[in-house]
Design a protein around this ligand. Structure first.
Ligand SMILES: [Zn+2]
Length: 464
């Protein structure tokens, strides 16, 4: 055996146990319950997990890293190196990159991202071929991509009315090829109307942004996405669900037995639209926008009761200057923010410590369910003999103040600046290699660029 993680409490969606974990050749070789055995594992490296929880590394199904050289306009500031270092900092050991095409070809998009990820990624990764307008070429590529292990397709319903025939056809074909369609659900026509009303009323300032995309613009798109699922029989996964009303639609669809899955995102769990009144409130702009207290409450309940299957970061990092540029309007706002560095600590702090989410459920929504839905389970998202040793040793008593200057992302601000989070990774392992070690105030990330591997998808499984 190469490594033992000794003395911790191992947590899975079905419970917890006082167990030691043995690792050989990057995989878990032993899980030994200390209460039911006297076997003492021995290895060259013994890692101390006393007083800590041992969790499967988080699988963040939804990130946006910049993989092409920046043009004249500002863009996302993290590439696969900075982005995956931020992931490790936040306890994430697998990322799913949205590989958007700008030529219409999905294959060109994943190949461009592969080129950078192969050289720079510090952890294992999945690429989701994605497109706005759906070109015939994209549809014709699906069979080949599925064959090679791409089992997801990312579409954006904002583009649905641009070419509704191709859009529906893509969802249908994706399902036939065993792919899960990841859908960004907002209605383009409704948003266009609300936005142009704001612009002509002289309310173009970023603080009015939430009014340009009210809840109905999300729920209308979610209703249509569910209809597409019902019509085609293809499974869908709704990304970054933000409102109680959209959640109700998902819950009802699941109740009817439809293969509809849902993800939510940190900002919708921790923030409300009130922050837009703050100075430089533009830094909180995401797509969809922040909602109300009752939505936040509903999303936590949905996570706890299984209506929402996963939490993903939607890490979309900008510089602060680009984000709050005074020339921006509700029409041209730059959407998204850095989230990876604080991913597990905030979910633990705001979810588990407040009693809104059990620790077992945190493991389900952050690791096991994304692994199941992406066809990675039980290689990833599990602490079983044979699983990759992607492991977080989380110290539940470690309290820290979030300072963007200390984070790995190249974004120079955090929407959580000054917040206190309790529960940080003491150790992060990727395929058995210690890639993060924290000791007091020093946090050392040692993962080499390019060590991350692409993960072809296997069989998709039902979430727990
Ligand atoms: Zn996104």
């Amino acid at each position: 055996m190469d490594t033992i993680i000794r003395g911790g409490i191992v947590v899975t969606p079905s419970g917890r146990s006082a167990s030691d974990i043995g690792i050989r050749d990057g995989r878990i070789s032993h899980v030994i319950d200390r209460d039911s055995t006297t076997i003492e594992l021995d290895a060259a490296t013994v890692l101390d997990a006393r007083g800590a929880f041992v969790l499967p590394g988080a699988i963040d199904a939804h990130v946006h890293f910049a993989t092409t050289s920046p043009g004249a306009e500002p863009g996302f500031v993290d590439d696969f190196l900075r982005g995956t270092r931020a992931a490790i900092h936040g306890g994430v050991t697998t990322v799913g990159q949205m590989s958007f095409t700008d030529t219409g070809s999905l294959r060109a998009a994943v190949e461009a991202d592969h080129a950078q990820a192969r050289a720079l990624s510090t952890i294992d990764y999945v690429l989701h071929p994605g497109t706005y307008a759906v070109a015939a070429e994209a549809i014709s590529e699906l069979a080949g991509l599925a064959e090679e292990g791409y089992r997801t397709l990312k579409l954006v319903t904002l583009a649905l009315d641009e070419d509704s025939t191709h859009f529906a056809e893509a969802v249908a074909r994706a399902g036939e090829h065993g792919m899960l369609t990841l859908l960004h659900c907002e209605d383009g026509a409704l948003i266009e109307h609300a936005t142009s009303e704001l612009m002509s009323d002289g309310r173009s300032d970023l603080r009015f942004y939430p009014e340009s995309r009210p809840v109905v613009t999300e729920s209308a798109a979610v209703d249509r996405a569910i209809a597409l699922c019902e019509l085609t029989g293809s499974p869908i996964y709704i990304v970054h669900l933000s409102s109680a009303r959209a959640l109700e639609a998902v819950r009802a669809a699941k109740g009817r037995g439809l293969p509809v899955f849902a993800e939510t995102r940190p900002i919708y769990l921790y923030l409300t639209d009130r922050v837009h009144a703050e100075p430089d409130g533009g830094r909180f702009i995401g797509m969809p926008p922040l909602r109300r207290d009752e939505d936040v409450r509903a999303l936590w309940e949905g996570l706890a009761d299984g209506s929402i299957d996963t939490v993903a970061s939607d890490h979309a990092p900008w510089s602060l200057a680009a984000k709050i540029d005074p020339a921006l309007t509700v029409e041209t706002a730059r959407k998204g923010m850095a989230e990876l560095d604080t991913f597990l600590p905030l979910l633990y702090s705001e979810g588990v410590r407040t009693g809104r989410l059990s620790l077992e459920r945190l493991v389900a929504v952050s690791a096991e369910n994304p692994a199941r839905l992406l066809g990675l389970y039980p290689q990833k998202g599990a602490l079983q003999v044979g699983s990759d040793a992607d492991i977080v040793v989380l110290d539940p008593a470690d309290e820290r103040t979030i300072r963007a200057a200390e984070l790995e992302s190249a974004a120079d601000y955090s929407v959580y600046e000054g917040w206190t989070a309790t529960g940080w990774p003491r150790l992060v392992l990727s395929r058995g290699e210690v890639v993060l070690a924290r000791d007091g105030s020093s946090c050392t990330i040692t993962a080499a660029p390019g060590r991350g591997r692409w993960l072809p998808a296997g069989e998709r499984r039902e979430p727990v």
